[in-house]
Every structure is written in C-alpha cells, then in structure tokens.
Design a protein around this ligand. Structure first.
Ligand SMILES: N[C@@H](CCC(=O)N[C@@H](CS)C(=O)NCC(=O)O)C(=O)O
Length: 200
C-alpha cells in the first residue's frame, strides 16, 4: 500500500497511528506530498487534492482519513478500532467526529494565521479559534469518562491535541483543562503516538 502524507498533517498521522496499531505499518510505503505538488500528484487519485490518500494493493485509491482508517481496520482482526455495531460503535464514531472536527478547525486556523498579515481575516481567525476552544471544552468535560479501550475515537482526539502542541496555534490549551491534559499525557506515551510524533 502507498500512503501520500505530509509530516505536519494530523489526519495523515491518524492513518499512520492506525497502521501502527494494526501492525500494518511495514506494509505501508510513505510518500511525502508537498502542497504545491498536490494538484498534479494527487489529482488523478484524489479529487479533493488532500492528504492522507491511500492506494491499496489493487491500485484503488481511498481518501478521507475515516475511510482509510476503517479500511485498515478491516485488514487485521485486532485491535478492533471501529466497533461493528451498537452503542460502542456510535461512541467511537462520535469521538472521532470531535477529534476530526477539532483538527479541521485547527488546520484552517493555522492556514489563515499563516497568510501575510495584511490578508488575514480577523473574522475567520476568531471563528476557527472559537470552534477549537469549544471542542476542547467539550473534551475536557468528557475526559473523565474516557475508557482505556483503544478505538478510532481516542486516536483522533490524540491527533487533534498533538497538532495543537506541534503548531502552537492556540497557545497553552492545558491551563484550565486538567482532565484532558492528564488523559493526553498518558495517551501520548503509546508507541504509536511516539513513533508518529512530528520531529523538526
Ligand atoms: N477530512 C479529511 C481532511 C484532510 C485534510 O484537511 N488534509 C489537509 C492537510 S492536514 C490537506 O491536505 N489540505 C490541502 C492542502 O494542504 O493542500 C480527512 O479526514 O482526511
């Protein structure tokens, strides 16, 4: 399999973590995709022109991290990262939506903040920041009920928090979010998190 990724993309990190947890990492060949190359490089395989994009062993392309992650989950039996049915499935998918949604807003905030100072929109900077803070507040309230069971939910949340640390886009998020900070401290020790951490 081939994975088009960028070292800074939290969504691509999510896919790499899943590959690691499913012991598939050695079967995934990584191709670093630079932003300026994406239209030509990814156009034929992903109309969204985004990383992560996966090419499976039959040459089929898969995109959007939830789809790629569920595909990888289907390839080996354990651990089950996408519970098949019942409330545990909806709880995992809901957590994934929180993590992915937080990443979406944090990435947009980083893009907007990275524009030349005269072109930045105060409205959009405020809007994306508000959404990131609101997601963090929800996660702080929910963190005491997080269980040790590994699913796609905590993986997505871990990638969201990891992106905030790596990009420093909103400064110190831990200050008054102790439950979440304690949870992330422990989750961040997983080998899959350590192995995929962005290093300058
Ligand atoms: N919903 C997508 C989001 C992927 C995404 O936003 N990727 C960003 C990088 S973090 C991207 O490739 N943006 C286009 C670009 O940077 O050219 C997923 O879950 O995979």
């Amino acid at each position: 399999m081939k994975l088009f990724f960028s070292p800074l993309s939290p969504f691509a990190r999510k896919v790499r973590i899943v590959a690691f947890e499913k012991t598939l990492i050695d079967e995934v060949e990584l191709f670093q995709s630079e932003r300026h190359n994406r239209p030509t490089e990814l156009g034929p395989i992903n109309p969204l022109l985004k990383v992560p994009t996966l090419i499976d062993n039959n040459g089929n392309s898969l995109f959007d991290s939830p789809v790629i992650c569920e595909y990888l989950d289907s390839l080996t039996s354990k651990p089950v990262l996408f519970p098949k049915k019942g409330m545990s499935r909806w709880a995992a998918l809901r957590q994934q939506a929180l993590g992915d949604g937080g990443m979406d807003d944090a990435v947009k905030l980083a893009y907007e903040a990275g524009r030349p100072s005269g072109s930045r929109s105060p409205y959009w900077l405020g809007r994306w920041r508000q959404a990131v803070e609101s997601t963090l507040n929800a996660l702080e309230r929910e963190a005491p009920s997080f269980t040790d069971k590994l699913t796609i939910g905590p993986i997505a949340i871990g990638c969201f928090l990891g992106f905030l640390d790596q990009s420093r886009i909103i400064g110190d998020w831990r200050g008054y979010r102790e439950n979440l900070a304690v949870w992330f401290e422990e989750f961040g020790q997983r080998p899959s998190m350590q192995e995929t951490e962005y290093k300058k």
